[in-house]
Design a protein around this ligand. Structure first.
Ligand code: MD3
Ligand code: FE
Length: 203
């Protein structure tokens, strides 16, 4: 149940499936402390995915730019602690893909409702590109787009469903990526939405 989509990009199909209910409960706990919100891009657009964070650092965007912050700008408080289940899942998935001792300090939680998408972009706000990124898909399926090191590189499309985990390391860590628009649906665990957890070593 392991697929390689590019050098350094390994899909672990269903790896988080059994943990689904526990992960959803942990997301609810995080969101009760730092609510989902639609952030502004530096260009003044509103992101269609709602986001919150947990861990020592949280990813934020506003008119001033993209960055990691130790506090939630909405609550003025530190981000919620990273749930133990999140840490365990992220390190087990990273190890399965060959990255031992992955200890993320940031988890961005994206919530997509029908119509939401994420355009092609690179993740380059982190300090250490030798560390992988682990992403966990929960709920409704979506089509992921994985490109190359240049925006003009034609992306491949990879369907991602509930419980799928992807580990992005090596060269893949710098590649352009995004997701197509979420289609309407009804998932037994998440209803009309898809959640994506991305675990990073940001600091
Ligand atoms: C490939 N999120 O939050 S997860 C993001 O489904 C983001 O919410 C998407 O891209 C989502 O930045 C995609 C898969 C993913 C995450 C990070 C990557 C793929 C990546 C970093 C480098 C290369
Ligand atoms: Fe990204």
């Amino acid at each position: 149940r392991r697929e390689t989509i590019a050098e350094g990009a390994v899909v672990l199909r269903g790896f988080a499936g059994k943990a689904g209910p526990g992960l959803l409960a942990a997301i609810d706990l995080v969101a009760s402390q730092s609510p989902f919100r639609h952030m502004q891009t530096p260009g003044g657009h509103t992101m269609s995915a709602a986001m919150t964070c947990c861990g020592e650092l949280g990813w934020v965007t506003d008119r001033r730019g993209y960055r990691y912050e130790p506090r939630d700008p909405v609550t003025g408080q530190a981000w919620p602690r990273m749930p133990e289940l999140f840490l365990k899942l992220a390190s087990e998935a990273a190890a399965e893909a060959g990255f031992e001792n992955f200890v993320p300090d940031a988890c961005l939680i994206n919530r997509y409702q029908p119509g939401a998408k994420m355009g092609l972009h690179q993740d380059r706000d982190e300090q250490d590109f030798s560390q992988p990124i682990v992403s966990v898909s929960l709920g409704l399926p979506i089509v992921f787009q994985f490109g190359g090191p240049r925006r003009s590189d034609r992306p491949v499309r990879v369907p991602l469903g509930h419980g799928d985990v992807v580990v992005w390391g090596g060269l893949a860590r710098r590649h352009y990526h995004g997701v197509l628009t979420l289609k309407a649906g009804d998932h037994p665990l998440t209803g009309a939405c898809r959640y994506n957890l991305t675990f990073r070593k940001a600091g």
